[in-house]
Design a protein around this ligand. Structure first.
Ligand code: ZN
Length: 310
């Protein structure tokens, strides 16, 4: 009898352990591994890369590492991130070229089906690196012109390519502006309002490049009265680049401090960043629409970058 009871409890313990393990695994899925690349930028990268890290980490979905390059003009030979160890690489970098070995490792990662997020001025980087320009689809500044590819904007609701000569990349004065959804069925946009107000930010325009946009998700209408192109410009899109999952978001100009940073504090920007990063990492989006998402008439700021508790 004693032996039977011992066996019985031993089996019960095993079953309980298995059940406990299952529950535990369901409750806490593996966090996705994200690498934020920064260290040089014509923007306020010492703030922006930490804000990106904070937004991603606070969601509970991502475990974030940061790879910083040497300062401008410095010795880049030691910059060799292990891209392959990550589910997604978030680019917050615009500066000196990386070592050839690092370029090759990045291309291996992307062409092998890696996930990439191109954030704001990361699309200014590497104007003379053709493959990088195919990874971002559209870029600006840094000498870009008609040799970089056509302008790409919307006319009568369709993307058009305009090969006329001129510099690539500009923006009008910062302002609040409406975001126009162009594909409500994509996992990143699904459930979000068709039009919503983004907090004060730059709106990139006159961008040029190979223009290999896969899915256009959002566009915005520039304001010619404050220096804009006068066109409806693509602002958030998926890049068509082989097996890679590339999410390009032109929003999110970084303010002078983490506290005075409306474009990155916008709940809409943060929602797109989080959904786009999850999609780039996995091809899916499991995040619900947050309660504080902006509406068609009003912006919504998360001053501490944290979504409201459910
Ligand atoms: Zn900017």
């Amino acid at each position: 009898m004693k032996s039977f009871m011992t066996k019985f409890f031993a089996v019960l313990a095993l079953v309980s352990a298995a059940t406990a393990f299952t529950v535990h695994a369901d409750a806490k899925p593996r966090r996705l591994k994200a690498l934020v690349v920064s260290g040089q930028n014509n923007h306020n990268w010492p703030v922006s890369h930490l804000v990106l890290e904070r937004i991603l980490e606070q969601s509970g979905l991502f475990e974030v590492d940061i790879a910083l390059t040497a300062p401008a003009g410095g010795d880049m030979s030691g910059f060799k991130p292990d891209f392959a160890a990550y589910d997604v690489v978030v680019l917050d970098y615009n500066g000196d070229r990386w070592p050839a070995e690092t370029d090759a490792a990045f291309l291996d990662y992307v062409q092998g089906g890696g996930g990439v997020v191109v954030y704001h001025a990361a699309d200014n980087a590497f104007a003379d690196w053709d493959e990088f320009n195919r990874i971002i689809a559209l870029g600006g500044w840094e000498g870009r012109n008609e040799k970089s590819g056509p302008y790409c904007y919307l006319k009568d609701g369709e993307l058009v390519l305009d090969h006329s000569a001129g510099p690539g990349g500009s923006h009008g004065a910062q302002r609040e502006y409406a975001m126009h959804c162009r594909n409500a069925k994509h996992p990143i946009t699904k459930g979000l309002p068709d039009n919503w107000m983004h907090a004060q930010d730059e709106m990139y325009d006159r961008m040029r490049g190979p223009a290999n946009i896969g899915d256009l998700l959002y566009s915005g209408m520039t304001d010619p009265a404050t220096g804009g192109s006068g066109r409806e410009e693509p602002l958030v899109f998926i890049v068509d680049y082989g097996r890679a999952r590339i999410f390009h978001i032109m929003l999110g100009h970084c303010g002078p401090t983490a506290e005075n940073n409306p474009a990155m504090q916008c709940a809409g920007f943060q929602t797109l960043l989080l959904r786009g990063t999850e999609w780039a990492a996995t091809g899916k989006v499991k995040q619900p629409v947050p309660k504080d998402f902006p509406t068609t008439t009003s912006v919504s700021l998360r001053r501490d970058y944290r979504a409201p508790a459910e």
